[in-house]
Write a protein that binds this ligand. Sequence first.
Ligand SMILES: CC/C=C\C=C\CC(=O)SCCNC(=O)CCNC(=O)[C@H](O)C(C)(C)COP(=O)(O)OP(=O)(O)OC[C@H]1O[C@@H](n2cnc3c(N)ncnc32)[C@H](O)[C@@H]1OP(=O)(O)O
Length: 276
Amino acid sequence: MTYSYNCLIVSDIGDGVFHVQLNRPKKMNALDQEIWDEIGDVFTRLDTDENCRVVIISGNGRAFSTGIDLQSFSSGLVMDDDMDVARRSRKILRDLEKMQYSFTLIEKCCKPVIAAIHGHCIGGGIDITSACDIRYCSKETDFSVKEVAVGLAADVGSLNRLPKIIGNHGWLREVAMTARHFGAKEALEQGFVSRVCDSYDAVMAVAKETAKVIATSSPVAVQGTKIVLNYARDHPVEESLRYVALWNMSQLQTDDIAESAVAVMTRGPKPNYSKL
Ligand SMILES: CC/C=C\C=C\CC(=O)SCCNC(=O)CCNC(=O)[C@H](O)C(C)(C)COP(=O)(O)OP(=O)(O)OC[C@H]1O[C@@H](n2cnc3c(N)ncnc32)[C@H](O)[C@@H]1OP(=O)(O)O
């Protein structure tokens, strides 16, 4: 599969690891409609690309992303006067759900997605990274759940996913209601990121290391783990136990288990697992 986009750079960086770079560096990867649509498209395709086992997402230039493109957002808010309230509202609903779904496709992609964050990660940048499986950042990263500062309640994932990531709801409500900026140290303390590195290059190096370990493991096991963890996050334990049992009813029949067991028992190298 070839991946060609206007606002994303997508590269196969080897060992089953793909790198998706947000690429509007002059606008600090602010999110206009085009990049929004491209994010949805690339994760739909990576989901079924059997050469891809893990994805790293990062930003080209000075930032991961400074959130919604405020220029195109404000011009998009000028509504068509010919529409009545009902029709205008239904259009807004459709547009919002489409925008939400682009980021939900990151979560739905059965390949693990690692966010390598640097510079600024603001508003929509938090929405994107909240939908990722693992978040690392560089020590100078500036974070903000900024939506309140631009007059809206965050509606494309932050308010929905952050409470599932961060245990300290008082802290979360404080940063979401004040739009206060916070740094890498605080993001680590609160569990939003799991590692802080010295620079963008160092974050990418650590992300690649983790990605490689995951990519050389059984894709049946890794993808099943993501799918089951997503389910467990949103359902009671009893239901998710049933779900994993039904899932593994088929997935335990994989050759990967016997191959893995031999490698573990003989302390041999990891097997070359078939693509999935
Ligand atoms: C329907 C709703 C769905 C989703 C809603 C999401 C809400 C959000 O995302 S809220 C967050 C909105 N973003 C912001 O508030 C950040 C705005 N940017 C800044 O505050 C600053 O750019 C900065 C991040 C503090 C960096 O400052 P500095 O280092 O001084 O760089 P600049 O000169 O300001 O920026 C360089 C260049 O990028 C353009 N730019 C940066 N961010 C955005 C943006 N979000 N939208 C549009 N353009 C942006 C900036 O205008 C500059 O462009 P020039 O052409 O060089 O002027």
